[in-house]
Design a protein around this ligand. Sequence first.
Ligand code: NAI
Ligand code: NA
Length: 396
Amino acid sequence: MIIEPRMRGFICLTAHPDGCAQNVKNQIEYVKSKGAINGPKKVLVIGASTGFGLASRITAAYGSGASTIGVFFEKAPSEGKTASPGWYNSAAFEKEAHAAGLYAKSINGDAFSKEIKEKTIATIKADLGQVDLVIYSLASPVRKHPDTEVLHRSTLKPIGGTYTNKTVDFHTGNVSEISIEPANEEDIANTVAVMGGEDWAMWIDALKAENLLAEGATTVAYSYIGPALTEAVYRKGTIGRAKDDLEATAFKISDKLKDIDGKAYVSVNKALVTQASSAIPVIPLYISLLYKVMKAEGIHEGTIEQIQRLYADRLYTGSPVPVDQEGRIRIDDWEMREDVQAKVAELWKAATTETLPAIGDLAGYRSDFLSLFGFEVDQVDYQKEANEVVAIEGLV
Ligand code: NAI
Ligand code: NA
């Protein structure tokens, strides 16, 4: 079958197995090229199939030779439909890892549910005994609460007033003004329920109750801050409240892990094109300007460069983990550099449909977006029939 991208709004309905596999291989090669990290040995990654979570799994496996269990929620291929990209990514990762002699197993289902936590716990018990690193990298629009069964939906809204700013449709390049109505209390509570820290704490409680966290275990969840430009819709909006809650949860988890000398961190990461971020208004315009500036400065990074740096230069240096005044790890340091932000703010003022192709990296945005689905990946011949991938090797 020849597979082509089929767009609907901010999502692509198709994914290319060979492109996804090539992306995984490229990430593996990058981590290997950076050399060994004296890092984790047994790792659970929740949200392991795409974005920062996939990069976390690859860095653990190929930087430190770690055994990994990946949890994700992805679609297998079905009659007339390709799988979701994270499914192909995971199939490729498992195949590569096993060929390299690395333990890898995957669990596909709702990480918010009791059932998937139980399945994961049983797998750790049977195969690994304990884990020494738990990465929490979920990005989801909904969460069915395991106790109440209420389905919470997150929103991306400002708080306190209507937010009006520029945005771009990155498919057409059209820059327009967008107004987003403010959230009500229910929107805030729902977003915190989905993207806040409660489920992270539930995972850690469940693992600890079964004595599955090794002495000195670390857990890390990912957050974002970003510039003044996006503050009203991101950090001071509904999603920002959820991130505040996630960051507060790190301290609560650290307290609970004192007896095993464990620690919970939030790492603040760079804005990047992922399935999650492309759905947020205003952010794609910011990212296309940011990419332009960071590429010109030679400091652009993708998810794998970010996470390799997180492990090698922050978490596993042999010295105390450097954190900011709020106790957070910062790998958004290059994005937030004053000179970078000053340039982006200048470009932001000048950004129109006409100017953006020259002043922004719209082409880089689009190509990164397509690449998430396995398209426009350099080493792949798209004229050839795509390989059929029908199973994930280590699926539990
Ligand atoms: P992503 O969309 O690439 O990855 C999300 C992962 O969560 C996938 O593995 C998916 O299968 C999994 N998932 C979603 N719902 C699930 C469920 N119910 N059960 C099991 N697995 C589920 O997202 P991305 O961007 O890597 O986000 C991960 C974290 O990083 C989020 O907390 C996000 O806020 C944060 N972050 C993202 C930034 C960005 O610019 N993309 C910047 C800084 C932080
Ligand atoms: Na992820």
